[in-house]
Design a binder for this molecule. Structure first.
Ligand code: NDP
Length: 344
């Protein structure tokens, strides 16, 4: 596919934490954006936030993305699609409560692009490193060939008794796998006019742009960050041993725009990860920027921390040309944002 440098992009779940930054990145790059939300009440804030872009932003209501033809009329005149809408929570009782909409929503978007997207050139699916993750007792670096078979197996074996995080990880793994299987079959048949890109970020942190009235209503990842780093609701052991990999929300948003601009991105999944962290890394930075925030474990030495599971982020650097914000930038900008909201 040639580079997509102008035109209109459909963004599903446009009111979400990451999606609003994606919309901003696309508008800043000169694209027109059509965002989908589940209810008209979620459109007002978005229209106001981006009012300086005039009619470059349109917000439409898709009440149930899993319904046949849910996106039919909205994909007809778009050059590309970024699919972000997917449940991200730890409240599912039956696994299918979260897996069902994740898989059906993704397939619904791809099918709409195929049947009705006359000028679509590229579809980007926002997956997660949850679709690659595995628990490990040995150091391991996963690249884009990895798949999270563990979460699928746990959910299959334990059903509703599987851990909440396994149900979420299975939802991301199965949705992404369904996307690739459907895509490969159509591609083989030579019936697609567009190509697929999948982006796999780990935990996404950083300032918020979406509508949110109080910290308890933050999205899953920033709610955790706020509770642990701002409220200090974390014990010393978890501060220095607990952690994962992170990426700044503005960088995963930018990755979506870069994925349109780079022709060679097509047919690829990309890990979009800045690097590993222990919670103490964020706590140390937060305390440096605001000494009223908990210092945590002051004897912590980041150079001695072990990160058993890591993700290889080179492919996105090489192909997309992405750059990553540091833990200090994520922390400082998040704290500034919270201060401006009176949450600190
Ligand atoms: P948010 O909860 O802020 O946004 C989720 C979006 O998906 C909202 O627009 C929400 O709509 C929509 N959505 C949820 N369930 C459904 C459904 N059943 N039908 C239609 N729309 C639905 O989450 P994030 O911005 O954090 O996450 C966005 C995407 O990024 C998800 O796919 C998530 O898996 C992925 N991701 C997030 C990471 C993170 O750390 N935040 C890390 C890796 C991947 P509504 O507001 O109406 O509920």
């Amino acid at each position: 596919m040639p580079a997509i440098t102008s035109g209109r992009v459909l963004v599903t779940g446009a009111n979400g934490y990451i999606a609003v930054w994606i919309v901003k990145s696309l508008l800043d790059a000169g694209f027109a954006v059509r965002g989908t939300v589940r209810a008209e009440s979620k459109a007002t804030y978005l229209r106001k936030l981006f009012q300086s872009f005039g009619d470059k932003l349109e917000v439409v209501v898709v009440p149930d993305m899993t319904k046949e033809d849910a996106f039919a009329e909205h994909v007809q005149d778009v050059d590309a699609i970024a699919h972000t809408a997917s449940p991200f929570h730890m409240n599912a009782v039956e696994p299918d409560e979260i897996i069902g909409p994740a898989v059906a929503g993704t397939l619904s978007v791809l099918k709409a692009a195929h049947v009705h997207g006359a000028v679509v050139k590229r579809v980007i699916v926002l997956s997660s490193t949850a679709a690659l993750f595995r628990t490990t007792t040995e150091p391991v670096v996963l690249d884009e060939s990895a798949w999270n078979e563990q979460a699928i197996a746990e959910v299959k074996e334990k059903g509703r008794d599987a851990s909440a995080v396994a149900k979420y990880r299975a939802s991301k793994t199965l949705a992404e796998r369904a996307a690739w299987e459907w895509y490969e079959e159509k591609k083989k048949a030579g019936v697609l006019g567009w190509d697929l890109v999948v982006l796999n970020p780990p935990f996404v942190y950083g300032p918020i742009l979406h509508e949110c009235d109080r910290p308890e209503n933050l999205n899953q990842s920033m709610r955790d960050w706020y509770r642990l780093i701002v409220e200090g609701k974390i014990d010393n052991d978890t501060l220095v041993t607990g952690g994962a990999m992170y990426v700044d929300v503005r960088d995963i948003a930018q990755a979506h725009t870069l994925a349109l601009l780079k022709p060679e991105a097509g047919d690829n999944r990309f890990i979009i990860s800045a690097g590993p962290y222990k919670w103490q890394d964020f706590a140390s930075a937060a305390h440096r920027f605001d000494d009223k925030l908990p210092a945590g474990v002051t004897s912590y030495d980041p150079s001695k921390a072990t990160h058993l599971l890591q993700y290889d982020n080179r492919k996105a650097i090489d192909v997309l040309g992405i750059t990553y914000r540091s833990i200090d930038e994520v922390t400082n900008d998040s704290l500034q944002d919270f201060k401006a909201r009176g949450w600190l």
